[in-house]
Design a protein around this ligand. Structure first.
Ligand SMILES: [Zn+2]
Ligand SMILES: [Zn+2]
Length: 252
């Protein structure tokens, strides 16, 4: 399984990082923050995307959908695209398209929505993936995802404060991609805002027996502390810890 970190920032976009999006095997996206379309163009894989899994409807995690759909429709894409996300994603996307005065006859391909309501939903996509979703603990309805292909699996937390579901979801995964918005010393701020720290991510990875841990969604406020974030995670997790840059590739 090939994983490319398209966007890795938390809080706000910086000169070097755009909003969260992770590309699996050139055809599935985990989140689609602003900046995703351009990253897909840089990688020359924009036309191979089939499925977009959205963790939650905070603007940094899904607003890239609109420039991507616009690209597809102007370029006359015919193949349907599947968008999976929390309940209300269909009406939210359609309302924004309407408010942006998107002409109905522009829409050259169909969007198939799959809305998630409860924890423990399992979706078998046409392609070879099994998608397992569990509810996270965040300010708004949020789902973490586990993507399983053959015997390999990657798990993505989205935004959350530590909870039992993420540990269960990440059980024995090859890679846990976990948010770490704030440093360890700001744990109480992180948890009050429904976010996590490197220590939280490491403890989850450790309990879940994940092989590797990638920290993303680090706020640019802490860009000088990246190495510290890595050390903080390594203190509590014996596996491999990475803090990927945008466009970094990881194989499992
Ligand atoms: Zn976020
Ligand atoms: Zn959020």
């Amino acid at each position: 399984m090939k994983i490319i970190f398209l966007g890795t920032t938390g809080s706000y976009i910086s000169k070097t990082r755009t909003y969260p999006s992770i590309l699996i095997n050139d055809d599935l996206l985990l989140d689609c923050g602003e900046g995703t379309t351009q990253k897909l163009l840089i990688l020359e894989v924009i036309n191979t995307i089939n499925t977009i899994c959205i963790t939650h409807l905070h603007n940094d995690h899904f607003m890239g959908i609109f420039s991507l759909l616009w690209y597809y429709w102007i370029n006359q894409r015919k193949k349907p695209i599947t968008i999976i996300g929390p309940s209300k994603i269909e009406s939210t996307v359609n309302t924004i398209l309407k408010l942006a005065n998107t002409p109905e006859d522009m829409k050259s391909c169909e969007i198939k929505f799959i809305e998630l309501h409860n924890s423990n939903e399992k979706i078998q996509l046409d392609v070879d993936y099994r998608v397992i979703c569990k509810k996270m603990v965040h300010k708004t309805l949020t789902f973490g995802y586990k993507i399983v292909e053959n015997h390999k699996s990657v798990c993505y937390s989205g935004d959350m404060k530590p909870n039992e579901n993420i540990t269960a979801l990440a059980n024995n995964c090859d890679l846990l991609i976990c948010e770490a918005t704030f440093p360890d010393k700001m744990a109480s701020v992180a948890h009050n805002l429904y976010h996590s720290t490197p220590r939280d991510a490491a403890e989850i990875a450790s309990k879940a027996n994940a092989k590797s841990l990638a920290l993303i969604h680090i706020s640019p406020m802490f860009s000088k502390l990246i190495q510290k974030f890595k050390k903080q995670a390594e203190k509590n997790f014996k596996g491999n810890v990475i803090i990927p840059n945008d466009l970094e590739v990881f194989h499992i």
